[in-house]
Design a protein around this ligand. Structure first.
Ligand code: NAP
Length: 259
């Protein structure tokens, strides 16, 4: 049983939907005060209402995670309202599919800014608050795609997710002086609004390649993020956890055909 997070101040970027909403839900259920941040106001409001109706203490903030001023303002306001900042879940991300032959330099830059630059901005904005609090936790949402696997159309996405892990290792050293840790969750295929947009054929194909024979839930990722943010994980930093139902293990589809 992990120590409850009662009163801890948490930010979850991309908390209006999908994995971010799952992370926010798990933290709110453990007593944390949570700010969910994203661009779209309607989904933010809906998710905050839903989590508050279940007993959470959740506020929302409009923010573009690729924009420094927007991130700095969102983080400073959350810290002011929530009594500091203890946990930063840098989760927001996009995964548009386009093959290299058709990809424009702008396509590449947009994914890099949303997925990788955002990790740097979130950590940079959190540091002064971790210093004030005497410690802190960062949880990045990376992916199996890029660090471990590849998929046609996701060269920019995979590079951004692998890039997050390169950032994480040096950030772990630099954050140590603030008594802060940084770790990454690496989801496999998790049922979210974004993943459903890829279509049923994609979802079926993925489920068939997972030894546990199901796609993941957003709470599956929320629980892993909760562990990294817990008191019990105080001595873990610069590390990654794959949460994928075993998807990266089989050497072929035949290997799991009759398990
Ligand atoms: P999702 O359902 O599409 O939700 C994405 C969230 O990020 C939304 O809240 C979205 O809100 C927000 N967002 C996107 N761009 C933003 C920006 N520029 N500024 C602020 N917020 C932004 O996606 P998801 O499947 O939950 O994915 C969440 C994270 O998990 C991503 O980093 C993704 O790469 C990673 N991941 C997902 C899977 C999976 O299977 N689902 C697997 C591996 C990794 P707005 O659009 O309103 O801003």
């Amino acid at each position: 049983m992990l120590t409850p997070l009662t009163g801890r101040s948490v930010i979850v970027t991309g908390g209006s939907k999908g994995i971010g909403r799952g992370i926010a839900k798990v933290f709110a259920a453990r007593g944390a005060r949570v700010t969910i941040a994203a661009r779209g106001e309607e989904a933010l409001r809906r998710t905050a209402d839903e989590l508050n109706a279940a007993g959470g203490r959740v506020r929302w903030a409009v923010c573009d995670v690729a924009d420094w001023e927007s991130v700095r303002r969102m983080v400073d306001e959350a810290a002011e309202v929530q009594g500091g900042l203890h946990v930063m879940c840098a989760n927001a991300g996009i995964f548009p599919q386009v093959k290299i032959v058709s990809m424009t330099p702008d396509d590449w830059d947009h994914v890099m800014a949303t997925n990788l630059r955002s990790a740097f901005l979130a950590v940079k904005a959190a540091i002064p608050h971790f210093e004030k609090a005497g410690g802190g936790r960062v949880v990045l949402t990376s992916s199996i795609t890029g660090p471990v696997t590849g998929y046609p159309g996701w060269s920019h996405y995979g590079a951004s997710k692998a890039g997050q892990l390169g950032f994480l290792r040096t950030a772990a050293m630099e954050l140590a002086r603030y008594n802060a840790t940084i770790n990454a969750v690496m989801p496999g295929n998790i049922i979210t609004e974004g993943l459903q947009d890829l279509g049923q054929e994609y979802l079926d194909q993925m489920a068939a390649s997972i030894p546990l024979k199901r796609l993941g839930s957003v709470e599956d990722i929320g629980h892993a993020a909760l562990f990294f943010a817990s008191d019990e994980a105080a001595y873990i930093t610069g590390q990654m956890l794959v949460i994928d139902g075993g998807q990266i293990i089989p050497e072929s589809l035949a290997a799991i055909a009759d398990i």
